[in-house]
Design a protein around this ligand. Structure first.
Ligand code: PSU
Ligand code: MN
Length: 303
C-alpha cells in the first residue's frame, strides 16, 4: 500500500532518526521555484543534523515515503496535484492520482510507515470567523488521534489563534513552546498567547514524546518553534496584510480547502515576497530542531 524508499526503510529498521516532511507546502504553499529549492534545503539540513528526511506524497495513487529529488520537483511543477487531507486519501488512491499531503494526511502516512517526528512550517487551525463558517482544519483532529509529533512555527494569524488553542485543549493535544512561553505566530515569534509548557532543549522534547508513547497516549504532539529573530516580520504590517487577504478571500467567496492556499499566495504577492522569505527561514529553522529531536528520541528508544 505504501512505498518506502530504501534509505528510509534502512533507517527505520536500525532505529536511526527519521523526519517526515509534507508535500502540500511544496505544491500549494509556496511558488515555484522557491518551493522546490526550499524542499531540497530542508532535506539537506535534516541530513546535516544527523537524521534521514522522508518527504511524503502520493504518486499515481501510491503513497511514497521518502521521495527522490526528481519526484519532489514534480510536486513543485505539476498543476494537477490534489491537496490531500484524511478525507481525500481513498479517492486519490482509487483513481491513481497525484496527491500532495497536508499535515493531517502526512501524519497518517508517517505513522503507517513508523515515523514519529514530522517537520513543517505551519499547521492548519480554526479559521477567523469559524463561528459562522465552521472552517476548522482537519489537521487539529488528526493531532488528536495520530501519534506523530509535529514541529512547526505556530499558526499563521490567517487563523484565529485563541480559538485554535481552545480547540487543541478540547482535543487533548499537548502543545509546547520551544524555548518560549508564548505561542509563536508563524511570521512573528509573539502572539500574546501564553503557553503552559516550555521545552528548553531537544532532549526534553524527546522525553515528552517517549512518555506519550510508553503510556499509550496515542494522539499527536505539537511543538511550536518561533521564527528566528532576524527573519521575523513586523507584527502590525503582517496583520494588516492578513486582514486584507482574508477580506479579499471572503469577497471572492473562496472557502473549503481552497482558502488556505489562496491566503498563502495572496500574502506572498501583497508583501512582494517578504512573507515567503520569512516562511523559508522558519521552516529551515524547524528542520534543524526536528532532526535534533529525532536524534535524541532515537537515543532514548534504543536504551
Ligand atoms: N499553513 C502554512 N503553510 C502551509 C499550510 C498551512 O503556513 O503550506 C498547508 C499545510 O499542508 C496544512 C494545510 O496542513 O495547509 C492546511 O490546510 P487547511 O487549512 O485546508 O486544513
Ligand atoms: Mn478548512
Amino acid at each position: 500500500m505504501i512505498k518506502i524508499s530504501p534509505k528510509v526503510e534502512e533507517a527505520l529498521k536500525n532505529n536511526k532518526p527519521v523526519v517526515a516532511l509534507e508535500t502540500t507546502i511544496i505544491s500549494h504553499g509556496m511558488p515555484y521555484p522557491d518551493n522546490i529549492n526550499t524542499a531540497y534545503e530542508v532535506e539537506k539540513i535534516i541530513e546535516e543534523n544527523g537524521a534521514v528526511p522522508a518527504t511524503i506524497g502520493i504518486i499515481d495513487g501510491v503513497a511514497v515515503i521518502g521521495m527522490s529529488h526528481d519526484e519532489i520537483k514534480e510536486f513543485g511543477l505539476r498543476k494537477d496535484i490534489k491537496k490531500v487531507s484524511r478525507r481525500d486519501l481513498s479517492y486519490v488512491y482509487s483513481k491513481k492520482l497525484w496527491g500532495a499531503t497536508t499535515v493531517a494526511a502526512t501524519m497518517i502516512l508517517a505513522k503507517q510507515a513508523g515515523i514519529e517526528i514530522f517537520v513543517t512550517g505551519g499547521v492548519g487551525g480554526v479559521h477567523r470567523n469559524a463561528q459562522q463558517t465552521f472552517d476548522i482544519s482537519a489537521d487539529l483532529q488528526e493531532l488528536s488521534k495520530t501519534g506523530v509529533t509535529v514541529i512547526c512555527a505556530g499558526c499563521k494569524s490567517i487563523l484565529d489563534l485563541p480559538l485554535t488553542m481552545e480547540y487543541l485543549e478540547t482535543m487533548g493535544v499537548p502543545i509546547f513552546g520551544y524555548q518560549t512561553n508564548e505561542l509563536p505566530a508563524f511570521y512573528t515569534s509573539k502572539s500574546n498567547i501564553k503557553l503552559e509548557y516550555q521545552l528548553s532543549n531537544p532532549k526534553e522534547a524527546a522525553d515528552v514524546i517517549y512518555e506519550q508513547r510508553i503510556n499509550k497516549l496515542d494522539n499527536g504532539i505539537l511543538i511550536t518553534n518561533p521564527i528566528p529573530k532576524e527573519a521575523e516580520m513586523d507584527a502590525n504590517f503582517i496583520e494588516s496584510i492578513i486582514k486584507e487577504a482574508v477580506f479579499k478571500a471572503n469577497t471572492l467567496g473562496i472557502k473549503g480547502k481552497e482558502i488556505t492556499p489562496y491566503l498563502l499566495k495572496t500574502i506572498v504577492e501583497m508583501t512582494k515576497g517578504d512573507s515567503l522569505k520569512a516562511n523559508i527561514a522558519l521552516i529551515l529553522n524547524n528542520a534543524k530542531l526536528g532532526a535534533q529531536i529525532a536524534k535524541e528520541y532515537a537515543k532514548i528508544k534504543s536504551k
